[in-house]
Ligand binder design. Structure first.
Ligand code: AMP
Length: 559
């Protein structure tokens, strides 16, 4: 179907043409003809990025009586940023509709100016629930002429605690209006609004309820919780052109992760609730203009940030709520582009992936965390691609070329290319020289020689503690664990393989707690028992067993 086949007015079609929209999106195809026929109540299950603003906006603008200068279309939206964006989009769609006036009102900005623009007479008000409720109470806005009310991102409005404001606003608008509700998910609160305030709404879905957008692939990496940050770095390094949001659970986590990323040389910043509005605006603007390529954010802070070209969404931690996962992943794969939602999980969170898979009706792919070699290769070819696409400003560079050729005279073409690419390549090569394998399953198979060597040469994340007592003294696994966890910091440390032989036993613990564990054990353990760390010995072979088991092949008498 084409826009010209939907019964839209020439003025609106002119606006659409100016925006170069070739054909309607699926939600537009479903909603516009219905509303053009009859402005009835509709529930639209659609995420941001599906074109829903035009889906409700075009017919709603056409239903306005321009001669009557009072609000006729009210759009409620959860955040200031979304309000501004919706108002901008509507301005564009209605650019050729003579006399159409649109304003937006939201918290965190001067109420005086908003009151002034309302007084001048407007047809469309785009508002956050809190601010418009305030304006209603102060009698600064008259909603008696509202003929169309749109609840945009209804689930988000409820999640943000606007339930009471929405109820109050709805009760102030005329009974016989058209109500259009858009939501990415159909959670019980949203269904309740539909039940209480809508008249026989038709439900229109662009994609299934809670279903993720078609262009998004869902990937997860399974690592130990302590390796989350290093995994994030690997993901960023493996995707050199990444433009994405890293979602964290808490403000503190966004601060920590972004501080580490900045320290490690990434172009990242944090967006969280502790920032002032101008700081938020500044960071969002930087991110929108792609001057910033990684934004570390909480779900709440990222609301209202609408960027259509994100390549990735990274779940540094999975959200508790599947609806939140749908929202996060729906931020990528928009406007016909491919997107990827990457989740970094630990073993315990595998079950959550299955739950989300069921809910969004998409399979996740378990991918190994990229290794050093993969990353170096990616970076090398990305650099070559950038070089191929780089813009040569001949008149600026030409004056230097004689000198440049002179300096490179003694090098062959092959040598020049090699040195040139090495400039960048060496940086990653050096950084990832002894990079450990971060995959959980891979670690279980750590017996392979190569991996053992990598662990050791990197300082290793685990060390082995050896006791000079074993089965002969009736020591058990329980005894070893009980001894370990008494050491400061060791309670939450990972405990690896425990081996108990006749004359010795050993336990693997995280390197970071080895010092404490040894200190504690040497302070409390019985005289005559020796405890030492075996970091530098070889973990790989059976040397430890061979040394402590007793002579091989000789059957000992049962004691
Ligand atoms: P929305 O879901 O309304 O926030 O729209 C997401 C983006 O898609 C906005 O930047 C719109 O300008 C754009 N858009 C909306 N409809 C179309 C269309 N039919 N063709 C191309 N782009 C569109």
């Amino acid at each position: 179907m084409l826009f010209t086949e939907m019964g839209l007015s020439p003025d609106i079609l002119k606006g659409i043409e100016a925006l170069n929209f070739e054909k309607p999106t699926p939600i537009q195809e479903k909603v516009i003809p219905v509303l053009k026929k009859n402005m009835c109540d509709i529930i639209g299950i659609a995420q941001t990025g599906t074109g829903k603003t035009a889906a409700f906006g075009l017919p709603a603008i056409e239903a306005i009586n321009i001669a009557n200068k009072q609000p006729q279309l009210l759009i409620l939206s959860p955040t200031r940023e979304l309000c501004i964006q919706i108002a901008n989009d509507l301005e564009n769609y209605g650019r050729y509709v003579n006399g159409l006036r649109i304003t937006s009102v939201y918290g965190g900005a001067s109420m005086e100016n908003q009151i002034k623009s309302l007084k001048q007479g407007v047809h469309v008000v785009v508002a956050t629930p809190g601010r418009i409720h305030d304006l209603i109470r102060r009698r600064k806005v008259n909603l008696s002429g509202i003929s169309t009310l749109v609840l945009d991102e209804a689930d988000e409005m409820l999640n943000m605690g606007f339930r009471e404001d929405v109820d109050a606003i709805l009760s102030q608008t005329p009974e016989n209006k058209t109500t259009l509700l858009f939501s990415a998910t159909m959670e019980p609160g949203v269904a309740a609004i539909a039940r209480n305030y809508m008249r026989e709404p038709s439900e229109i879905t662009a994609g299934k309820k809670n279903e993720s957008t078609a262009n998004v692939s869902h990937v997860y990496h399974m690592v130990h919780a302590r390796d989350r940050y290093n995994t994030l770095k690997r993901v960023l390094d493996f995707h050199p052109g990444i433009y994405g949001i890293v979602f964290c659970r808490t403000r503190q986590e966004t601060k920590d992760v972004s501080a580490k990323l900045v320290r490690d040389g990434y172009n990242a910043e944090a967006l969280h609730g502790d920032l002032s509005q101008p700081q938020r605006d500044h960071i969002m603007q930087k991110f929108r203009s792609a001057a910033l390529n990684v934004l570390v954010a909480t779900d709440v802070a990222a609301r209202g940030l609408d960027v259509d070209s994100l390549t990735h969404v990274i779940n540094y931690n999975l959200p508790d709520d599947t609806g939140v996962y749908t929202h996060r992943s729906g931020r990528t794969g928009r406007a016909g582009k491919e997107g990827m939602s990457v989740s970094i999980i630990n073993l315990k969170e595998r079950g959550r992936i299955t739950q989300i898979e069921r809910s969004i009706r998409k399979k996740f792919e378990h991918r190994p965390v990229p290794g050093g070699t993969d990353i170096c290769e990616r970076q090398l070819f990305s650099m070559l691609e950038r070089m191929q696409n780089s813009n040569v400003v001949h008149n600026r560079i030409d004056p230097y070329m004689d000198k440049v050729y002179g300096m490179l005279e003694d090098l062959s073409k092959e040598e020049i290319v090699k040195r040139f690419v090495s400039l960048e390549f060496n940086r990653f090569l050096e950084y990832y020289r002894n990079a450990p394998d971060l995959n959980v399953e891979m670690k279980k198979r750590r017996k392979s020689n190569a991996e053992g060597t990598e662990q050791k040469s990197n300082g290793g994340s685990m060390a082995r503690i050896v006791f000079n007592i074993g089965k002969g003294k009736n020591i058990t696994r329980r005894d070893i664990i009980d001894m370990l966890v008494k050491a400061p910091g060791a309670r939450n440390a990972e405990i690896g393989k425990i081996e108990i032989y006749r004359r010795a036993s050993s336990v693997e613990v995280e390197n970071r707690v080895v010092k404490n564990v040894l200190g504690e054990l040497n302070r409390t353990i019985y005289r005559g028992i020796r405890v030492e760390a075996e970091e530098n010995r070889n973990f790989r072979g059976n040397d430890f067993r061979d040394r402590h088991k007793g002579p091989r092949g000789i059957k000992r008498k049962a004691s």
